[in-house]
Write a protein that binds this ligand. Structure first.
Ligand code: PA5
Length: 417
């Protein structure tokens, strides 16, 4: 058990006020439990998901050195976040065979895509294509650019062996995969990309690179149980109510997550997408911002201290890092001498919190004892449930993305001339 701590002492909303939302939150959870929308919670209990991922990881073709996940948005961010959180820093630089390097183009910029291809060898590359709908323009473009690259290299693309597809129950990607006889992993029909981190979409590449994905799911199940234990639905309900009240009653509609652990930075990008795409509807919804501690103290902090009081801050911190980096005993100022970089990092986070509080800016603190698979799984589950519950408070459906779909259709029309 890896207890993640959520401290709301300085969050600016009295607990009695939060409690007044307990009934609505209970109703929202009951609705999730009774409708397909709650599948994102049920998948963490499904042994079939883990079985499918492990079986696929075992069939990894011999000689493979690199794995590329094609996909965008919810079909890319979760796996990226897990790889960077749970594999050693600069994994790709230091990994030795039989370990795999991971790559997430996550875009269609021709310069970065070409550079990625230059560093790969067709025979030694495993490609995982993820698209729930199967019709996303960027993912299709990435896939067919990659197939073209194989052809140009003068080799027959060994499709069956080196290409794995994760997709929903229908769509053109499934048709392509079936026609080519590829391995297909399944995305549940009612789970949108941003809630799919606990499926093959989020877990296959981490599993291939050596992350113990069963422990991520264990942490997620523990967090779910914790959230179901009390009338406020634990930290998920409290955070949903708190963000909602700060936004709607105190005008703090910008939610800044300051992350003091580089390993967790992409978890911030993942949550930003989840929060924005789920809640930004009907002219409502908070604006999520991610900041890197301490780097962005030298970029945005002045605004946070003395700019408009329209923000709620969340500090995401870690108690114990994997590495210790000792500072010389002769260092000046003397307060640095003999210290560990982790001590300085913690003091900077604490100092920034204090300074914000002195200016009356509200903040939340989330602490992970360390960046373990259980703690990360718990955090992901917490943030997904918090988002789904916030949807109920805002009166929006957190499982649709009509704005994103409109953009996809418009781009297709432009290409069609
Ligand atoms: O969370 C979402 O629903 C979106 O961000 C999608 O993941 C993204 O648009 C990609 O869609 P698809 O998985 O259908 O290719």
């Amino acid at each position: 058990m890896s207890e993640l701590q959520v401290d709301l002492t300085h969050a600016g909303v009295p607990s009695a006020e939060l409690q007044s939302h307990a009934a609505s939150l209970g109703k929202a959870l009951a609705a999730l439990d009774e409708t397909p929308a709650g599948d994102f919670l049920r998948i963490v209990h499904s042994p079939a998901v883990l079985r499918e991922i492990r079986a696929c990881a075992k069939r990894r073709p011999p000689g493979v050195t690199d794995v590329v996940q094609l996909g965008i948005g919810g079909s890319s961010l979760g796996a990226q976040a897990l790889c960077t959180a749970l594999l050693p820093s600069r994994h790709n630089q230091f990994v030795r065979r039989p370990g795999l390097r991971f790559h997430f183009p996550d875009n269609i910029d021709p310069d970065s895509f070409a550079a990625l291809l230059r560093g790969l060898h067709p025979k030694r590359t495993l490609v995982h294509v993820v698209s729930k709908s199967g019709g996303t323009l960027e993912t299709q473009a990435q896939l067919h650019a990659l197939l073209e690259w194989f052809t140009h290299e003068g080799r027959r693309f060994p499709l069956r062996q080196n290409l794995v597809v994760t997709t929903g129950p229908d769509g053109s990607l499934r048709e392509f995969a079936e026609r080519e006889g590829l391995s297909i992993l399944h995305l549940p029909e009612h789970v949108p990309g941003r809630y799919s981190v606990f499926t093959a979409s989020g877990l296959l590449v981490p599993a291939l690179c050596g992350v113990p994905v069963g422990r991520i799911l264990k942490g997620a199940r523990e967090m779910e149980a914790r959230c179901r234990q009390d009338s406020m639905l634990g930290p998920a309900g409290q955070l949903a109510a708190l963000h909602f009240l700060q936004d709607r009653e105190q005008g703090r509609s910008i939610h800044v997550e300051l992350i003091y652990a580089d390993a967790l930075l992409l978890l911030g990008a993942w949550f930003r997408q989840l929060w924005a795409e789920s809640l930004g509807k009907k002219k409502r919804g908070p604006t999520p911002v991610v900041a890197r501690g301490t780097t962005d103290q030298h970029s945005q902090l002045q605004l946070y201290m003395e700019g408009p009081d329209d923000k709620l801050y969340t500090f995401l911190c870690v108690d114990r890092f994997r590495s210790r980096v000792r500072i010389s005993k002769r260092a000046t100022p003397a307060s640095l001498a003999g210290r560990d970089l982790g001590d300085i990092f913690a003091a900077e986070a604490r100092g920034t919190q204090q300074a914000l509080l002195e200016r009356g800016r509200p903040l939340i603190e989330i602490r992970l004892p360390r960046v373990s698979p259980e703690a990360v799984g718990g955090l992901l589950l917490l943030q997904q449930l918090q988002t789904a519950l916030a949807g109920a408070l805002y009166g929006v459906d957190p499982f649709t993305q009509p704005g994103v779909e409109a953009g996809k259709r418009a781009a297709l029309d432009i290409l069609a001339g």
